[in-house]
Write a protein that binds this ligand. Structure first.
Ligand SMILES: NC(=O)c1ccc[n+]([C@@H]2O[C@H](COP(=O)([O-])OP(=O)(O)OC[C@H]3O[C@@H](n4cnc5c(N)ncnc54)[C@H](OP(=O)(O)O)[C@@H]3O)[C@@H](O)[C@H]2O)c1
Length: 284
């Protein structure tokens, strides 16, 4: 399985193409939408020829579909309808939310399929490529296809973790909250520090956020600290008063996050009386 086609030469497709090339696979074809994406890909991987998706698929033993989520269904349907699926070829896509159902048209045409999502951020191909070693991948496939899918991820220097097809949306929601919601909250924290006259918020937030996030990821509610966890209702009340005056648009988020923190704090052992005092401030 060494002749590879990449459909979707964007951030992920280009990074994975380069990683497979380094691992000894031969990248023979690329299919993009705009000319520029494919040209950039070929500049990095001169063994690849730019062509239409159906032609790329026809000559490949392994097809990586790395188009955006919204294009995935249509691209797969179109290639299958063109009768371009090589018998016994292997197909994988990199979308987090979809399982293998979206690859059903190519499976029916004789391909083996897997959904392999790298739990990593790819702001551009080079940064993504550098981050691949050690990345965890969610792998969803039928029992008979898990083996090759896991080997593929290992060849990409990743760590494969099997996720059931029925759990894929919940898995993806977990990553969305963990990554995007965390970034949203840190952006709010940054605004608060700028408001307090701190010119370089990252000096404070960088180490603090990294440690808090890492502790929470491994230990859950037990890692929670701060005024809500301690039951310091007076501190929570003062912070709320200040926010209402200085940054009223932050109050709703502060309340929602504090209520969630209070639930976690109870799970972690905060007593009823202290919890009730904090709840009273939040409900005031
Ligand atoms: N970026 C990340 O951090 C990340 C991480 C994990 C997983 N993923 C997943 O990986 C997939 C790709 O994401 P990405 O960030 O690499 O997206 P991207 O940078 O926007 O790249 C998508 C590529 O697909 C091409 N494309 C779109 N429609 C097409 C079509 N009909 N036929 C052929 N090519 C088409 C685009 O071409 P044009 O540029 O010409 O439109 C572009 O080259 C998504 O499913 C995403 O959820 C992304």
């Amino acid at each position: 399985m060494r002749r590879v086609a990449v459909i979707g030469p964007g951030r992920v497709g280009t990074a994975l193409g380069m990683a497979l090339d380094r691992a000894g696979y031969r990248i023979v074809a690329v299919a993009g939408r705009s000319r520029q994406g494919s040209d950039d890909f070929v500049r990095r991987l001169p063994s690849a020829r730019s062509m239409a998706a159906a032609d790329a698929a026809r000559g490949a033993e392994l097809v990586l579909v790395c188009v955006g989520d919204d294009a995935l269904v249509e691209v797969v349907r179109r290639v299958a309808a063109a009768d371009a699926v090589a018998e016994g070829s292997r197909w994988m896509h990199t979308s987090g939310g979809y399982g293998t159902d979206v690859l059903e048209p190519v499976r029916l045409a004789g391909a083996a399929v897997a959904a392999c999502h790298p739990a990593q951020t790819f702001p551009d191909p080079d940064t993504g490529l550098a981050a691949l070693p050690g990345t965890s991948w969610a792998v969803t496939a039928d029992e008979g296809d898990l083996g090759w899918a896991r080997v593929l991820v290992t060849d990409l220097r990743g760590s494969p973790v099997t996720v059931d097809a029925g759990s894929r949306t919940l898995y993806h929601a977990g990553l969305t909250v963990g990554s995007n919601a965390t970034a949203t909250v840190v952006t709010l924290a940054r605004d608060l520090l700028l408001g307090a006259g701190v010119t370089d918020p990252s000096q404070f937030l960088g180490p603090l956020v990294t440690t808090s996030a890492s502790n929470a990821a491994s230990r859950g509610a037990a890692a929670l600290t701060g005024p809500v966890r301690r039951g310091d209702a007076g501190t929570v009340a003062r912070q709320l008063d200040e926010l209402r005056t200085v940054l009223p648009e932050a109050v709703e988020a502060y309340l929602a996050l504090s209520r969630l923190a209070l639930r976690h704090a109870r799970r972690a052992g905060l007593g009823d009386e202290a919890a009730a005092a904090v709840a009273a401030v939040l409900d005031n």
